[in-house]
Design a binder for this molecule. Structure first.
Ligand SMILES: *Cc1c(COP(=O)(O)O)cnc(C)c1O
Length: 495
């Protein structure tokens, strides 16, 4: 399987796409075609465990790795989870939750970021790479910690993570600031995620910067969902969710299901779209947004307009106005028209907005539905879900739960649906506790304990120990200084 950029150019191998992260032209790597999971193969996969399913799916895409290699990476990665990495929970007659927060940092990012370092390390070896790999990451809160966990002390890599200093939850921040590993660096910026992401993307595209790093012995790569090595492992849990529901005889093979996905950078739901393209029977992909509802508008009228107020919400990992991975979807929906993608992305860069040719795209849009949930509704959603199901949702997943209700209200769709649960509520303990009880607990560590006392649900142990860990990273800089800071970190490492 070869990979091409959404903006044209030559094809490269999976390992090279993963090592490079983003194409030189600013485009994103996509597989040259989509392999098909036949019914026979799906049936064969039902009795498999998560790692085995991962090998089946990944081996179709990552063809320059052997099955034995992928097996060893998957086993190493998924043994770091507490039990099943992606359990399905039936919550109501036609409703399931896919819990993706049982990994080392309690958010869905772990499903890919536990295996990505193995893929990068192996690609380095296969390519005989002499330079060190510099992983540059922008995070809206969860990727940062998950990437640090995945890459800490991985030989031949240095990882620098840029996060919005005031745009993540306090526990997310504490998780990041206490991260260990000699090769791990965090930089807080006085700005938002979009600024962090655009800084990182700009550095990838900047020839001079690349040359500077090369001179110091580093080649840049990415652990964001712009890297194909993030998206491929995410396809696995959509396949796995279908197989689990099939395995419990809740559906027949071929029967379609819906997925509702809380969405920010469009990486998670894009993997669901790829699963659908591979033949997993999926009816609708339901795009759930918080008050930053740029995608809701886009899927409903074809206009992408990032020129709008930016809201800080209690689902900070979705506080995003430029959803990078939408480029990959548009690439597919336009019939892989990379000239057209170049035009749209140029408009986005210059004007912050674009409108798609609706005639060209509208058939592809029929597989999606999109709704938003504002802060007030999300709060109500957390309460309603707790009352109805005795289940504590994190604010991101609560956005999805509300959106599911809106979708059902509008369509009366009887298809079985899976809400993708992207984080442990304890990462957002203050907000969840306040929503459930009306009490404001200012201290995040106390909020953690109180949320536990109130709900009697299990607290992730490592979160409880956070206030005993030394703060290792406390650098906060202006957006305009971030590039210099990154360069100086690398120069210091070089000494
Ligand atoms: C990252 C994140 C999201 C958004 O996922 P995208 O792939 O960026 O769309 C949603 N919820 C949580 C908890 C996250 O960490």
């Amino acid at each position: 399987m070869d990979y091409i950029s959404t903006r044209g150019g030559l094809s490269i191998s999976a390992g090279s796409a993963i090592l490079r992260g983003i194409a030189d032209d600013g485009g994103l790597y996509v597989p040259s075609s989509f392999p098909i999971l036949t019914n026979e193969l799906l049936e064969k996969m039902v009795p498999m465990d998560y790692s085995e399913r991962a090998v089946e799916v990944l081996s179709l895409y990552l063809t320059d790795y052997t099955k034995e290699e992928l097996k060893s990476y998957a086993e190493k990665a998924y043994s770091r989870f507490d039990g099943d990495p992606a359990p399905i929970l039936k919550i109501d007659d036609d409703l399931y939750l896919l819990e993706l927060f049982h990994g080392p940092t309690y958010a869905f990012k772990d499903l890919a970021l536990t295996i990505l370092p193995h893929l990068i390390l192996s690609a380095r070896q296969k390519a005989g790479e002499k330079n060190k790999t510099l992983i540059l990451v922008a995070t809206s809160g969860d990727t940062g910690k998950a990437a640090a966990e995945g890459f800490k002390d991985v030989e031949g890599t240095e990882i620098i993570i840029v996060y919005p200093s005031e745009g993540v939850s306090e526990l997310q921040k504490l998780q990041m600031k206490t991260s260990e590993g000699d090769n791990v660096h965090f930089i807080g910026i006085e700005g938002n995620f979009d600024q962090a992401q655009s800084l990182v993307k700009k550095m990838f595209a900047d020839k001079k910067i690349n040359e500077k790093f090369e001179k110091m012995g580093y080649t840049m790569s990415s652990a964001n969902s712009i890297n194909w090595g993030r998206l491929a492992p995410q396809i696995v849990y959509y396949v796995s969710a279908y197989l689990d529901i099939l395995g419990c005889e809740e559906i027949k093979l071929g029967e379609k299901i819906n997925f509702v996905v809380p969405t920010g950078n469009f990486g998670n739901i894009l993997s669901a779209y790829y699963a659908k393209k591979m033949g997993v029977p999926i009816n609708k992909l339901i795009v759930a947004s918080n008050s930053n509802d740029v995608l809701t508008e886009f899927f409903n009228n074809g206009k992408y307009d990032a020129n709008r107020p930016f809201y800080k919400t209690m689902s900070p990992s979705m506080d995003i106005l430029i959803s990078s991975n939408l480029e990959r979807l548009l690439f597919e929906l336009s019939g892989r028209d990379f000239e057209y993608i170049k035009v749209l992305m140029k408009e986005l860069k210059e004007k912050g907005s674009y409108a798609i040719d609706f005639e060209k795209i509208k058939d592809g849009f029929s597989g999606f539905a999109a709704y938003m949930s504002d802060e007030e509704n999300t709060e109500e959603g957390i309460n309603a879900f707790y009352e109805m199901y005795d289940y504590v949702l994190d604010p991101h997943t609560a956005v999805a739960a509300n959106v599911y209700s809106d979708y059902i209200f509008d369509t009366e769709d009887k298809t079985k649906s899976v809400i993708v649960s992207t984080a442990s509520p304890y990462k957002f303990a203050k907000d969840v506790y306040r929503c459930l009880t009306g009490n404001n607990e200012k201290d995040p560590m106390n909020a953690l304990k109180r949320l536990h006392d109130y709900t009697m649900t299990e607290v992730p142990e490592e979160l409880l120990e956070l206030d005993m860990m030394p703060i290792i990273h406390d650098k906060v800089v202006k957006v305009s200084e971030a590039e210099e800071t990154i360069l100086s970190i690398v120069a210091d490492k070089k000494k």
